[in-house]
Design a protein around this ligand. Structure first.
Ligand code: FAD
Length: 369
């Protein structure tokens, strides 16, 4: 049950050892710093949606059921206007019934000082449903154990796996299926690793910590799941490096000049890192994003949506940037897509570190008790 894999990652051009070296020595540190900057830590998301597949699923309306009575527009209007930098005295604070499952909507007001939402060259969002969109500080909402489990969670995963490649008739070979499956499985492994790495060990004492047994059972003892985690990491890394020129030349404007310069410099170090090995560009089909609206745990939905958007963004880049890394003139990325891409890469990078650190030290049942 060791996590140390050798050789080339299947369908990729990098070997496990090199990936671990590059990730441990450079990428992980860079990404951790990058996702903490104001530009990359705020994700715009529609957290309340009807689930189109199982309208009877009460779990879908978790936001309605939650104790939190936050204002409709948690993202203060004044922060969107360049001239108004006055902050309200009392920031909205959510009182959640189940804090581990629900999203903390408390915005980091300090970072929003001077945020200029208009003029942002990244944003070509479909503004039609903006009223229902929420800005979430990802740093305040780490992906971790939430207690979301049972038939609801299970049927989402079942549907995600079984409904890929829906365009192909039964019995036909779907060339994208293998890659699509591996990407979803890699993302699934990463979610499981994060649940295990930050687990509610004792509810009464509110004690959090790593659950090595869970990590072992859900990921480490399944070599294919670990391999798919590496594959997905390389796929996203490939997309980021392939869009290097585009990402290098983009403006990272959150209104906080010093922090924005830092984000720009970190992006440069990331995309032009000499140690970085690019993975292979592979054919792929779109994931079914609407399924994420059925995830009946708000925080899981947040990270589910972000990671699927990150996968979609990687596809967009891999199919619209030419082999020399030059941006296609038609390539346009939304700010949220870039935020999702980089945060997904960070999730995967973290997962590799956790799997290597924790995966080989699985305690016996006796030690756990
Ligand atoms: P599950 O993880 O639900 O897996 C279901 C089945 O899928 C397994 O029995 C196995 O057959 C197969 N499988 C498992 N892993 C893989 C893999 N890597 N590759 C291929 N097949 C696999 N819970 C949290 O606590 N925190 C979260 O942030 C969170 N986010 C979620 C996001 C989404 C989008 C979804 C759908 C669920 C999320 N959950 C989260 C729930 C969590 O993923 C599990 O569903 C839950 O913990 C129950 O786990 P389980 O043991 O039944 O197996």
């Amino acid at each position: 049950d060791t996590c140390k894999y050798t050789g080339i990652v299947e369908d990729c051009c990098c070997d496990y050892e090199s990936i671990d070296d590059v990730n441990g020595a450079v990428l992980h540190i860079l990404l951790q710093e990058l996702v903490a900057t104001p530009f990359f830590r705020y994700f715009k998301v529609k957290l309340w949606c009807d689930c189109p597949f199982w309208p009877d699923d009460g779990m879908c309306r978790l936001r309605d059921c939650s104790v939190c009575e936050c204002p409709d527009h948690e993202f203060p209007e004044s922060f969107k206007k360049p001239s108004l930098h006055i902050l309200p005295k009392d920031d909205p604070v959510c009182q959640e019934g189940k804090p581990e499952a629900t999203v903390d909507r408390t915005l980091d007001a300090k970072s929003f000082r001077g945020w200029v939402e208009i003029d942002n060259p990244w944003t070509h969002d479909d503004e039609t449903d903006n009223g229902e969109m929420t800005y979430v500080n990802l740093q305040l909402n780490p992906e971790r154990h939430t207690g979301y489990t049972g038939p609801s969670a299970r049927r989402i995963w079942d549907a995600i796996y079984s409904e890929n490649c829906p365009r192909y008739a039964f019995g036909e070979v779907c060339p994208e299926k293998k890659v699509l499956y591996k990407l979803i499985s890699g993302m699934h492994s990463s979610i499981s690793v994060h649940i295990a790495a930050d687990y509610l060990l004792d509810e009464t004492a509110n004690q959090w910590g790593p659950n090595l047994e869970l990590m072992h059972d859900r990921v480490v003892k399944h070599p294919d799941r670990v391999q798919n985690l590496y594959f997905t990491f390389l796929f996203i890394l490939r997309a980021v490096t392939k869009a290097a020129t585009y990402l290098d030349q983009a403006e990272y404007d959150s209104g906080n000049h010093a922090e924005d310069l830092k984000a720009q410099s970190l992006i440069r170090k990331l995309v032009h890192n000499p140690k970085l090995q690019a993975a292979c560009a592979l054919p792929f089909d779109e994931a079914e994003i609407a399924l994420m609206d059925c995830v009946g745990c708000e925080k899981c939905r947040l990270w589910g949506k972000l990671q699927v958007l990150g996968l979609g963004t990687a596809l967009k880049i891999l199919f619209s940037v030419n082999d020399r890394g030059n941006p296609d003139p038609h390539l346009q990325l939304q700010r949220n897509e870039v935020i999702a891409l980089i945060n997904l890469l960070n999730r995967l990078s973290e997962s590799l570190i956790y799997v290597n650190k924790m995966g080989s030290s699985v305690p016996s049942a006796k030690e756990m008790s």
